[in-house]
Write a protein that binds this ligand. Sequence first.
Ligand SMILES: C[S@@+](CC[C@H](N)C(=O)[O-])C[C@H]1O[C@@H](n2cnc3c(N)ncnc32)[C@H](O)[C@@H]1O
Length: 229
Amino acid sequence: MNLSMEEFLPYYGRRKGRRLSKASKRLLEKNLRAYLLPHKFSHPTCLFTHYPEKIFLEIGFGGGEHLAMEAKNHPENGYIGAEPFLNGVVSLLRHCKNDEIKNIRIWPDDIRLQVSSWPNNCLDGVFIMFPDPWPKNRHASRRIINKDNLEELSRLMKIGGELRIATDHSYAKNWILAGMLENPNFEWSVNHPKDWNIKPKNWPESRYMRKAIIEGRKPAWFNFKRVTN
Ligand SMILES: C[S@@+](CC[C@H](N)C(=O)[O-])C[C@H]1O[C@@H](n2cnc3c(N)ncnc32)[C@H](O)[C@@H]1O
């Protein structure tokens, strides 16, 4: 990859979250370079050592469990994950190392710093698993599902592409659904009124998903399709 650790190190300073242990820092320094998403590229298909059949983006991958499992199950595809918390990045790198996953590229920062230069219709799907719920109205602008972000996602996604969203937070269920239904570029893929209560079988677990289920909360599972309007 064409970004050196020296170029990456300035990002360290503005990270929030737990301090990295020495072992985590070592793992990051040794392994991130091979997975790091460059600042600029012409098309996501050029990022991988194979020509990927499909390209997916996960925004806010947390510890990377969902992304790593998707990538492991589908080596024919390419996956891009964004997560500003370095402990999460370290956790994903551990999954990549242990499972010899090669088809992931990591953006260790806010996804909004990347996507404006990406070409139209370059993504086959987007995953947003358990986004930060931002329940207070005064924090509404921080919600990941908002008008501007959805416009950008619809530009990036191919027609027929999947937008996968899950949440266990009651307010977030409302603002996610309201935002999605307002946007004519997406169609809610449901066959049955109870569909959103049932976890789709092919969605791998994420850390927040596991926590929600263990603590007895009922997540909502939303699947949207990019459509022409
Ligand atoms: C509640 S956590 C869920 C993590 C993971 N998806 C899971 O299900 O375990 C939400 C994550 O989204 C990340 N996030 C929020 N806004 C983001 C953005 N603009 N770009 C990338 N990641 C973001 C946060 O750093 C946080 O780790």
